[in-house]
Design a protein around this ligand. Structure first.
Ligand SMILES: Nc1ncnc2c1ncn2[C@@H]1O[C@H](COP(=O)(O)OP(=O)(O)O)[C@@H](O)[C@H]1O
Ligand SMILES: [Mg+2]
Length: 172
């Protein structure tokens, strides 16, 4: 909880500056931060890119979003006791958008809560594990702060989170 509050405080700092950053490199850096806990859970993580893609925006906040989504995937994979715990990250360009897909094979999100997961304080976890703010905060960062889209859907054996960011942002 305390960590979430600190992240929020950073998020609402008014003097933030946009910076130019490489999406792939930033995602790799984010993974390094949580690599230990992923290893401990026996999770393999794969990252794939079609080309080098950079964007002007809030690098630290973007990194926070990536860590949030990966940690959620980790929780799902651990809860589901999957045998081959995997997370795939796919970075590509579509028209004037950077698309980042984060896919896990942790069993997916129950269909009756799929429309609630981005609400503040919505969680299916014990209060020691989750406060239900991660996806709410992530959606705010991507959609309000970076003019993008953050969506979730279920795939075959897990969940897929898609971040869509415009490469050229007006009024910056
Ligand atoms: N990859 C995932 N697989 C299954 N369920 C997920 C996944 N990511 C998020 N969820 C669901 O969305 C809820 C909200 O996530 P989040 O906002 O990060 O809060 P928290 O992680 O604190 O519960 C989780 O409690 C979980 O039920
Ligand atoms: Mg979370």
């Amino acid at each position: 909880m305390s960590q979430t509050i600190i992240d929020f405080q950073n998020f609402f700092k008014p003097n933030k500056k946009k910076e130019f950053f490489d999406i792939y490199e930033t995602i790799k850096e984010s993974i390094l931060i949580i690599e230990g806990s992923l290893k401990k859970s026996g999770i393999e993580i794969f990252i794939n890119k079609t080309e080098n893609l950079a964007i002007k925006g809030y690098k630290n906040e973007f990194s926070q979003v990536i860590i949030n989504i990966i940690n959620n995937a980790k929780d799902a994979l651990n809860k589901n006791r999957s045998l081959n715990k995997k997370i795939y990250i796919d970075i590509k360009k579509e028209a004037n958008f950077i698309i980042v897909d984060i896919i896990d094979n942790g069993g997916g999100i129950k269909s009756d809560i799929l429309d609630k997961i981005f609400e503040p304080y919505f969680t299916t976890k014990h209060s020691s594990k989750g406060e239900g703010l991660g996806l709410y905060m992530s959606k705010m960062i991507i959609e309000e702060s970076m003019n993008g889209l953050l969506e979730a859907k279920n795939i075959e054996d897990g969940a897929k989170f898609t971040i869509k960011l415009p490469i050229k942002v007006n009024n910056e």
